[in-house]
Design a protein around this ligand. Sequence first.
Ligand code: AMP
Ligand code: FES
Ligand code: ZN
Length: 319
Amino acid sequence: MNCRVCKKKAVIAIPRHNTAFCADCFDKYLMDQVRKTIKEFRMFSPDDRILLAVSGGKDSLALWDILTRLELDVLGYHLDLGISEYSKESTEKTRLFAEKRGYRLIVEEIESETGATLPVIAESTKRPPCSACGLSKRHLFNRAARQYDCQVLATGHNMDDEASRLLGNILHWQDGYLEKQFPALPAEGGLIRKVKPLNRLTEKEMAAYAYLNGIDYVIRECPMSADAKQIFYKKILNDIEKESPGTKQFFYFGFLERSQKMFPLSKETSPPSENCKMCHEPCYTDICSFCRLKMKLSPFPESSETEDTPITFITPNIS
Ligand code: AMP
Ligand code: FES
Ligand code: ZN
């Protein structure tokens, strides 16, 4: 199999585009896809500082590399969830990646924030782990963005993540979630602008990019989300894709085209009705869901006035 562009030996086939690339042409293709996404959805302004949520997996580490190559101002943020060996490896790989390249990284621990690791939180609050995890990430990502003067939050969600999420949202007609499933969401209600620059690239393409660029990432899946429906939906979509290449992309991008008509994004940014009485982060009720989660773990939490925000390490100095 040869590269469709330069005829050298191909390293990756991309059946949905009926093409194959050598390493150099694949790199150009992938960078073009990210540039196109950033431009099309107007993800960044020239003066933006980006808070990039980095899990230690292939997508977010690769995105860090890509955004840096595009000369954007990026600050990495990793949340250590305290999920035994999985989190140890994730934090270690993220930290090593940042150190080797001299990238700026903030690491926070869910245990320092709540007094408990994610498995303990899930057990004590009887919440599904992924729900407690998502809630905590949303809160802490947003807080970090404000603290470090970042105007936009970027995550490494790829096309497979987005298409499987879309399938789940449609199967259950989750209108509220469908409305929010756009790769660039404006700042709203005190919450920072959010973008997903990898939404045009598949899991396989991101793994190939990581491999070709020597990125050492966590391969195993989170053990707490091992039975998540998302994995099942990904498998179904991959089975369909095998039979009929291009269907996944058609499904997801077909939705995005229609969603702008179905759910037009408001240009106005609505202020939050109030700030949380405990942590002062924006929220729509008296007490935000993250503080309510903390209260379930410890019924008498300290007042936020006396709380520090523990940060385990930062590499190198943030300017
Ligand atoms: P996932 O939901 O695990 O597929 O992750 C999707 C994206 O969320 C990743 O690409 C990261 O950008 C971000 N993310 C997930 N887990 C973490 C974490 N522990 N710390 C920081 N960012 C994360
Ligand atoms: Fe959130 Fe596993 S990463 S539950
Ligand atoms: Zn709060």
